[in-house]
Design a protein around this ligand. Structure first.
Ligand code: CU
Length: 118
């Protein structure tokens, strides 16, 4: 049941692109099982995509985006750059699609551009 706690927090944080607050997962110390997602046997095809992101203004933006993107099944690594205004995602081709990343980014209140395969 603990996993449900972080969900509304993420949406609340991303509801607007304004970001005066830090991610609640950090401030509240809620344990996030990120490592469980990273450490998994390699399966399927690994793909890499870069998605332009508009609306990021600070580090909290990139943290919120990275946290949301890493929760998507099949995602292996996420790098979000406020300076470059993009998100680079490495994922399992057979389990995730770039459309999901775009939807997640838009869902947080940012604007995702067209994903570009790398
Ligand atoms: Cu921000």
């Amino acid at each position: 049941m603990k996993s449900f706690i972080t969900m509304p927090v993420v949406f609340a944080l991303g509801a607007s692109a304004a970001c005066s607050s830090r991610p609640a997962s950090e401030t509240q110390g809620t344990p996030t099982p990120d490592t469980a997602r990273v450490v998994r046997p390699a399966a399927g095809k690994e793909a890499r995509v870069a998605i332009p992101v508009e609306g990021m203004t600070c580090a909290a933006c990139s943290v919120a985006l990275r946290t949301a993107l890493r929760k998507i099944d099949g995602v292996k690594s996420v790098e979000v750059s406020v300076a470059n205004k993009d998100a680079v995602i490495v994922y399992d081709d057979t389990r995730a699609r770039p459309e999901q990343f775009v939807a997640a980014i838009d869902g947080l209140g940012y604007h995702a551009g067209t994903p570009a395969r790398q």
